[in-house]
Design a protein around this ligand. Structure first.
Ligand SMILES: Nc1ncnc2c1ncn2[C@@H]1O[C@H](COP(=O)(O)OP(=O)(O)OP(=O)(O)O)[C@@H](O)[C@H]1O
Ligand SMILES: Nc1ncnc2c1ncn2[C@@H]1O[C@H](COP(=O)(O)OP(=O)(O)OP(=O)(O)O)[C@@H](O)[C@H]1O
Ligand SMILES: [Mg+2]
Ligand SMILES: [Mg+2]
Lengths: 267, 267
């Protein structure tokens, strides 16, 4: 089976789709065959980003690196339990099909808990959880005692991951590698930034996830969406001049990929 | 009935809960009685923020301004249609109950489309849609032609709002006032910032929403979550010294409230 990499965080706007797109481009440019699934069935930001990429390739007459995509649709069954069965089966089928030709499958999930996102977490060989540099986002990962600032335990998303890990173990699979990625980190030092860093460190020791070097708040991470491009696609001397921020952002993406320790990938 | 203000955007992380909290504090400090509903049934970021506020009041022995809250829970019915009926009825009941004592009801919704969020949009006298300063976020509001940069039409969230407006009109209510609020605006000028501004302006003319002055990316908007405070609660000479950024942020919140033209509210 292909190595399944899931972007998950039930907190909205953490950076799942952005990270999914940058990860796909990094793996594809390193020569790997990548499959893609977008389990955010309505929003489809990851697949919209890829559609924009495909359209650019057609406009300029030069195809761009694209993943193999399978579109999954919501079940229409009236009974919830039956709909859940159908969706779980559709996901398993899609992963099996992509595994025939791809070494990696990148799976984006919605900022909510759904049948498909829970099933994706069980299927994840690597789970990447982007998180805004904010205690509002952290609140879904871990609980903090406001009086002392200490972590008191896991929160609802960490508990969902925990139960996915248990189901994975019960089916005899290797444990998932869970990596938390701080995202939209401010360039300014602040009390808040240190506090978020501290509670993430504390929680990682308690519930066993690794912390990858994160992404800073940079316009380049979102500016190229309409053309389906990422900073990794920009060449020296091309239409968009490469700035210091692009060079730094490129290093941040490389550092993330390296931290993932993916099989067969030299960052 | 109370004036119902809904924070809505199916795009995750746009700033709905943050805006809901700052709006509640602004209205309460101006002497209005405010009810609160959190329709993000699992994440509950708005109610978590309020719980932290209540806990601070208890810790320091001085109660803080709090809204009247009603907690709505998900229906357990196995049939989707029955669950939807029950949830719509629960929302209508909660709004009616809060209307007995409150002039305003602030309703936070999840970053997804659910029965409750759709029903809330129909009930909204004022709908506030925060949006990140990004074409990724805009993609759910309007479609843009990548080749020309022109808006080609509404996207899926705008269409959901449109159908809520129609159902509202069918039940003989006054039209909702739809206000889009740019959020986490970068302090730096950029091509991206101008592009986003342009497409929001273009879409507002086509589908009829107003644009409120937005919030900049400022740590103070998220830093006080653990204590349930907002920058509006900070006093001169208190524990946290007031900086220029706080003064500017306070003005941004005031400008938002003023732009909402709420009945009986002098910003
Ligand atoms: N490092 C970054 N720098 C600047 N902007 C960013 C960065 N990462 C993400 N963004 C922007 O933040 C917003 C949220 O990111 P994104 O949509 O990828 O998150 P998500 O977790 O997929 O959200 P959802 O919960 O809606 O699926 C988008 O507008 C995106 O363009
Ligand atoms: N103006 C701002 N400046 C800095 N940070 C902000 C600002 N507005 C929101 N944030 C931060 O951005 C993140 C998303 O905001 P928030 O949780 O309010 O959005 P939301 O739309 O309610 O998300 P969800 O879709 O998960 O409900 C949070 O970490 C929050 O602290
Ligand atoms: Mg997404
Ligand atoms: Mg929210």
């Amino acid at each position: 089976q292909a190595h399944v990499i899931v972007l998950g965080n039930e907190k909205g706007g953490a950076g799942k789709s952005t990270a999914a797109m940058h990860l796909f481009v990094a793996l594809a440019r390193a020569g790997h065959r990548v499959g893609a699934l977008d389990l955010d069935l309505r929003q489809q930001s990851f697949f919209r980003y890829l559609q924009n990429r495909e359209a650019l390739g057609q406009r300029v007459g030069k195809p761009l690196l694209m993943p193999e995509r399978i579109t999954i649709s919501a079940s229409r069954a009236a009974l919830r339990e039956q709909a859940a069965e159908e969706e779980r089966a559709a996901l398993a089928g899609a992963i099996a099909q992509l595994s025939e030709t791809c070494g990696f499958v990148v799976v984006d999930t919605p900022g909510a808990v759904t049948t498909l996102s829970e099933a994706a977490h069980v299927a994840a060989d690597t789970l990447i959880t982007p998180i805004n540099d904010s205690l509002v986002d952290f609140d879904l990962l871990g609980r903090v005692d406001p009086a002392t600032g200490k972590v008191t335990g896991p929160s609802i998303y960490a508990e969902m991951v925990w139960s996915a890990r248990q189901r994975r173990a019960a089916s005899g699979r290797l444990p998932m590698d869970w990596v938390v990625l701080r995202n939209r980190i401010s360039m300014l030092e602040s009390r808040n930034k240190r506090k978020v860093g501290k509670v993430i460190e504390e929680l990682s020791r308690r519930i066993g996830f690794r912390i990858a070097p994160g992404f800073s708040e940079r316009v380049i991470f979102r500016e190229l969406f309409l053309n389906g491009l990422t900073l990794l696609d920009l060449k020296q001397g091309g239409a968009i001049s490469i700035t210091m921020s692009h060079v730094a952002a490129r290093q941040e993406v490389r550092d993330m990929v390296k931290a993932l320790n993916l099989p067969g990938v030299d960052a």
